[in-house]
Design a protein around this ligand. Structure first.
Ligand SMILES: O=C(O)CCC(=O)C(=O)O
Length: 248
């Protein structure tokens, strides 16, 4: 459960951080799946930032019989997501961000709904649950958010390198108006953030990797418009609380 003040904070700021959502044992299992697992290596690709630095990620849209789906359906995630969306949630996608030591590239300022809109979602009622697998610090390029910027509504986005970023001219003005918060996180903490919250991250020039797992959900009543049709995704199943540790 979330408290009334946590929900109000999310509505005001566009995000909240919950600590110790995943235990050290669960984080160790997820990291093992990052390093040894077949899914992450099969689904991974690289993206270039504006300065040519590369960052790697692995992305999927399915819930399968694996540790990533166990994490994405655990009640500790799905229940806060439902509360913050204000209704039932559908799984949208999962992604592992691999920001390698010394080389991991930056992410430009953007709103996720900046490009999810182009995918056809009618409303911005989508949310991401960003889970730190390594300590996320200013030095290794933690996520940065502009507090309250989800209230701007959706901005125009354009290509910056191979990434989609918010209109740079507008960003210059917007940056002067909002508090920039570097979201430093301990492994196992989860940042829940609104799809219109502006966020970015700097390159990782440190000696430590910054790996994270991001689970994204759509409000079940929010249709995705494709080829003139409205498509609805099923409700996200809710698995057992010990789903991650029970995985082989
Ligand atoms: O992991 C990061 O630094 C950025 C991730 C991000 O912005 C996103 O997935 O939308």
């Amino acid at each position: 459960m979330l408290s009334f003040s946590q929900v109000s904070q999310y509505e005001r700021d566009g995000y909240i951080v919950l600590e110790n959502v995943f235990s050290p044992e669960e984080v160790a299992k997820l990291l093992d799946a990052v390093e040894q697992g077949e899914k992450v290596s099969r689904m991974s690709y690289t993206v270039k930032d504006g300065s040519g630095k590369l960052t790697k990620l692995a992305l999927w849209f399915d819930l399968a019989d694996d540790i990533w789906s166990a994490a994405s359906t655990v009640p500790r995630i799905v229940n806060p997501v439902r509360i913050l969306l204000g209704e039932d949630a559908s799984f949208f996608h999962g992604k592992v961000m691999l920001k390698e030591a010394k080389t991991g590239g930056a992410w430009e300022w953007h709103q996720d709904y900046g490009y999810w809109y182009d995918q056809g979602f009618m409303y911005p009622n989508l949310i991401s649950a960003f889970t730190a697998l390594d300590p996320a610090t200013i030095e290794n390029g933690c996520l940065r958010v502009l507090k309250g910027s989800h209230k701007l509504g959706r901005l125009s986005h354009q290509y910056v390198g191979t990434q989609t970023g918010a209109d740079p001219d507008r960003m210059e003005q917007i940056l002067s108006q909002f508090e920039l918060v570097p979201v430093e996180m301990k492994p196992g903490s989860v940042l829940f953030f609104h799809s219109n919250l502006l966020h970015s991250s700097a390159a990782n020039l440190s000696d430590y990797p910054r790996r994270s797992f991001i689970m994204c959900y759509n409000a079940t009543s929010n249709p995705e418009m494709k080829k003139g049709e409205l498509n609805y995704r099923p409700s996200c199943p809710v698995g057992p609380d010990n789903g991650i540790l029970a995985c082989p």
